[in-house]
Design a protein around this ligand. Structure first.
Ligand code: AMP
Ligand code: GLY
Length: 431
């Protein structure tokens, strides 16, 4: 089957690898990255030009398009492809609002009785009302820009002064159009986890529950990032909690979206807060696979991934395509460029990837995120850093300790200037 994969991050490298394991699969990727091109042919289509993509799909006999990132989903790429009869794994623009509008997601959860934090939504014309609400709200309080802000639109305020500053920043345009509305919500205590459901609009299959590490520093300190590492399965999501999440969150969401005329086809990412009592509430929905969780989740996935995504895209998810969603344990440690999540240098040479993979007997996969090939004056090419999150070093083990150990051994062999990573990825799962 010919597949077009949209995206260029570590998540897409992991998706490409897993899709390529199904026999007779030919993958094209746009825009792709040097790691993805180990498994895929380059497609020159611009992902912001749906007409080009449709044309490419017809010319190349593409039977499935898999959309990785949120921006093309929010722009309606899946609608454009489906309108031309092209099977697409990824929600419509309307269904992707579960991610692209936090206000929509919160109101939706309220309408359908899905457990989440108490909240209020204010638009830019209600700035003063929002300030009054913040000033009288107990602390901590959470301030969120409504729209897509690459994980940076959320502030957790311990003081009213900081909360008001965060609110003013949103309405003063810090996040552009994403800040036309703001969600102000109750702070939830607990531990976070991510559950991915592969959905066909009505039914779903869940993959291994994972835990991301969003802060830059060890011990969950410092600034928020796109994610510094992940492991799975996350023991915090017990079988009882998973059943609860499936029934009261995922099923309820699919039923609600269908009843509102926007069935959700794609990966529903459920970001959970598991409270000390064991109750799970939704922190956020995303309308796609998570990054870097996917790198770990797919490392333990045993089954026919092409059949799983294609059957979901066709509206009839094949549960038989999953032999075992949790075949072992996996850990992914992100290597970032110096300065991340702030400004980073680009163009530093990366060495040691092949050595690290070989030394591990291929039990470690190193996924490319922010990398590029540069040509030296003598004509040879070399791999360079080209973004904040550079690589995702991912290992599988029979238990979490083993997976973690393999990751950190591999990391010692990979070099680039400014290499930055957390040394405690997975430690929570071991405790
Ligand atoms: P979001 O983009 O909505 O996932 O928020 C980013 C991060 O902020 C989450 O992963 C949580 O760590 C934190 N967060 C968001 N909302 C809440 C909340 N209501 N209570 C506690 N932490 C939150
Ligand atoms: N790992 C968080 C995200 O993908 O949004």
């Amino acid at each position: 089957m010919n597949i077009l994969l949209i995206g260029s991050g570590g998540r897409e490298h992991a998706l490409a690898k897993k899709l390529s394991e199904t026999p007779e699969t030919k993958i094209f990727a746009a825009p792709g990255n040097p790691g993805i091109f180990q498994y895929a042919f380059h497609s020159a289509v611009q992902i912001t030009h749906p007409d080009e993509i449709v044309e490419f799909c017809k010319a190349s006999d593409i039977k499935l398009v898999v959309i990785g990132p949120e921006a093309p989903l929010a722009a309606g790429l899946a609608d454009d492809l489906r309108a031309h009869g092209i099977a697409t794994f990824g929600p419509s623009r309307a269904a992707a609002r579960l991610e692209s509008s936090k206000a929509f997601a919160k109101d939706f959860m309220l309408r359908h009785g899905i457990p989440t934090a108490q909240y209020r939504v204010f638009n830019e014309h209600q700035h003063q009302e929002a300030r009054n609400y913040v000033a009288s709200h107990p602390l901590p309080i959470v301030i969120k820009a409504d729209g897509l802000a690459a994980g940076k639109g959320v502030s957790i305020a311990e003081t009213h002064r900081y909360a008001l500053e965060a609110l003013d920043a949103v309405f003063d345009g810090k996040f552009g159009l994403a800040g036309k509305s703001v969600v102000i919500e109750e702070f939830m205590q607990g531990e976070e986890a991510s559950v991915f459901a592969v959905c066909d609009g009505e039914r779903f299959v869940t993959l291994a529950a994972a835990q991301d590490h969003k802060r830059i520093g060890d011990g969950d300190t410092g600034e928020n990032t796109g994610g510094m590492g992940a492991y799975c399965p996350a023991p915090i999501v017990t079988p009882a909690i998973l059943r609860e999440v499936e029934e009261h969150i995922i099923e309820a969401t699919l039923r609600g979206m269908k009843s509102e005329g926007h069935p959700f086809i794609g990966c529903l990412y459920v970001g959970l807060m598991i409270e000390p009592s064991g109750k799970a509430r939704v922190v956020e929905f995303n309308a796609r696979f998570g990054d870097p969780e996917t790198q770990a989740v797919l490392a333990v996935f045993d089954g026919d991934f092409v059949q799983l995504l294609h059957s979901a895209a066709m509206g009839n998810v094949d549960t038989g395509a999953v032999r075992n969603a949790t075949n072992g344990t996996a850990c992914c440690v992100v290597l970032a460029a110096g300065g991340y999540p702030g400004e980073v240098r680009k163009g530093d040479e990366i060495t040691g990837i092949d050595d690290a993979e070989t030394a591990s007997n291929d039990e470690v996969s190193i996924f490319h995120a922010g990398t590029a090939l540069h040509q030296k004056p003598d004509g040879t090419t070399h791999l360079c850093t080209n973004g904040g999150r550079v690589l995702g070093v991912t290992s599988r083990g029979t238990n979490l300790q083993e997976a973690i150990k393999k990751c950190y051994e591999a990391i010692k062999l990979v070099h680039f200037r400014g290499k930055t990573y957390r040394t405690d990825i997975g430690a929570k799962g071991v405790r």
